[in-house]
Design a protein around this ligand. Structure first.
Ligand code: ADP
Ligand code: MG
Length: 400
């Protein structure tokens, strides 16, 4: 199990700021004024899936520490997250991780003003570990508890590194469990523009990586391999590209599986002499195509759809009455993808819209984003009840 202090190792975040829109929208609300007036200290706790994380954040925007203990090595041999294994590892790791976060931040328990924890969506057993710990600390330290929505946390990751993002903002939230386009109208106010009808983008990366015999989690492996491949080698479909703001990735995953089957026709037709030394005969469509080419082609199909739909979402939001969207954010684990980061920034710049892409450490699961979302939530609506349940399928927003 590895423990990383993410704020000190994170690559710099990427921000673009086309000069065309800077002065035209100077009056849009920003996050800074309220944040700087109350510099209270929040302890954030994240245990929704396979990362045990704790962080200390000041005033909702200043990360004093962010510690992430990854369980990847535990789950790798199963090819995915095993819920019971995850819950047990959270129980073992959580208190040492909280201790480390306090130590790194040079903060004592007496200085904590709010304890925030992810209460959903996520694995129920895993969520229960973090939420129970947060409630116990809230009681013991006599400070408020904030039950935080994990998806809202991902959105606040962007604000942590760019507190002056103008609202409303269009967010492309892409993770292992979710793919959605959201218009954030104000703090705590979200309008769902589109979401996946089947697999999440991260899920597609993980499943295709398994088809290609790459490691777990698949997203970073495909990202690495794709850097050496030709994204135009295989014309994989771009599902629902011209069709609204919803997504579908399960057909793309099937297209990769079918492509691999076609490549291995000799094997399928019962020719048992296929070995590494005697590979299957290449068809014209598969000749010379490497695994890196397949990874790059699959990744490009996903990125094309995500970027095109975000551009459309910005235009839809801009055409809505009383809405002037001038900023778009990336959020969630898939936002760590190299091709997506570059092409998202380019597409938004072409639209004259400012884009913000959090550092990679802030894209994947961490507790700094939960502390930030919890602090802002506490400012708006006060403490959560200590009887608040965990909710494994807690939605961020409903379509209207
Ligand atoms: P969760 O879905 O539990 O909220 P994260 O937000 O941390 O978790 O996202 C994890 C997902 O992000 C996984 O599906 C993983 O494969 C994917 N991912 C992480 N890094 C990359 C990358 N560089 N390229 C593509 N996908 C990535
Ligand atoms: Mg996540």
């Amino acid at each position: 199990m590895t423990v990383a202090v993410s704020d000190s190792t994170a690559p710099a975040p990427v921000a673009t700021s086309p000069s065309a829109m800077t002065s035209a929208h100077a009056t849009a609300p920003a996050m800074t004024p309220a944040a700087s007036s109350q510099a209270s200290i929040t302890l954030g706790i994240e245990t929704s899936c396979d990362e045990t994380a704790a962080a200390v954040v000041k005033g909702g925007v200043e990360v004093l520490s962010s510690v992430v203990s990854s369980q990847i090595s535990l789950h790798r041999k199963y090819g995915g997250v095993v819920p019971e294994v995850a819950s047990r590892a959270h129980i073992e790791q959580l208190l040492p991780v909280i201790d480390m976060a306090l130590h790194e931040a040079k903060i004592t328990p007496q200085e904590i003003d709010v304890v925030a924890a992810t209460a959903g969506p996520g694995l129920v057993g895993a969520l229960l570990v973090g939420v129970s710990a947060a409630k116990a600390l809230s009681l013991a330290w006599e400070v408020p508890f904030a039950a935080v929505n994990h998806l809202e946390g991902h959105i606040y990751a962007a604000f942590l590194e760019e507190p002056d993002i103008e609202l409303p903002v269009v967010v492309l939230l892409v993770s292992g469990g979710h793919t959605m386009l959201v218009e954030m109208q104000d703090f705590g106010e979200y309008h769902l523009l589109g979401q996946t009808c089947d697999d999440a983008a991260g899920e597609a990366f993980d499943k295709v990586a398994r088809l290609l015999d790459l490691g777990y989690p698949g997203g970073p492996e495909i990202d690495r391999l794709a850097a050496r491949g030709n994204p135009e080698a295989v014309p994989f479909p771009r599902p629902m590209l011209r069709d609204g703001l919803d997504f579908s990735f399960s057909g793309l995953k099937t297209a990769v599986a079918n492509y691999l089957r076609t490549r291995d026709t000799r094997k399928l037709s019962g020719q048992s002499d296929v070995t590494a030394a005697n590979p299957p005969a290449a068809t014209p469509a598969t000749q010379g195509v490497t695994t890196a080419d397949i990874a790059a082609s699959f990744q490009q199909a996903v990125v094309d759809v995500l970027v095109a739909k975000t551009a459309r979402a910005v235009q839809v939001s801009q055409s809505r009455q009383n809405t002037s969207v001038n900023c778009a954010c990336l959020a969630g684990g898939v936002a760590a993808n190299s091709a997506l980061r570059v092409q998202f920034a380019e597409a938004m710049s072409d639209l004259g819209v400012r884009s913000f892409i959090p550092s990679r450490a802030m894209c994947t699961d961490n507790a700094a984003m939960i502390a930030s979302a919890g602090w802002w939530q506490f400012q708006r609506q006060g403490s959560s009840e200590l009887t608040a349940p965990v909710n494994p399928s807690w939605p961020l927003a409903t379509a209207n």
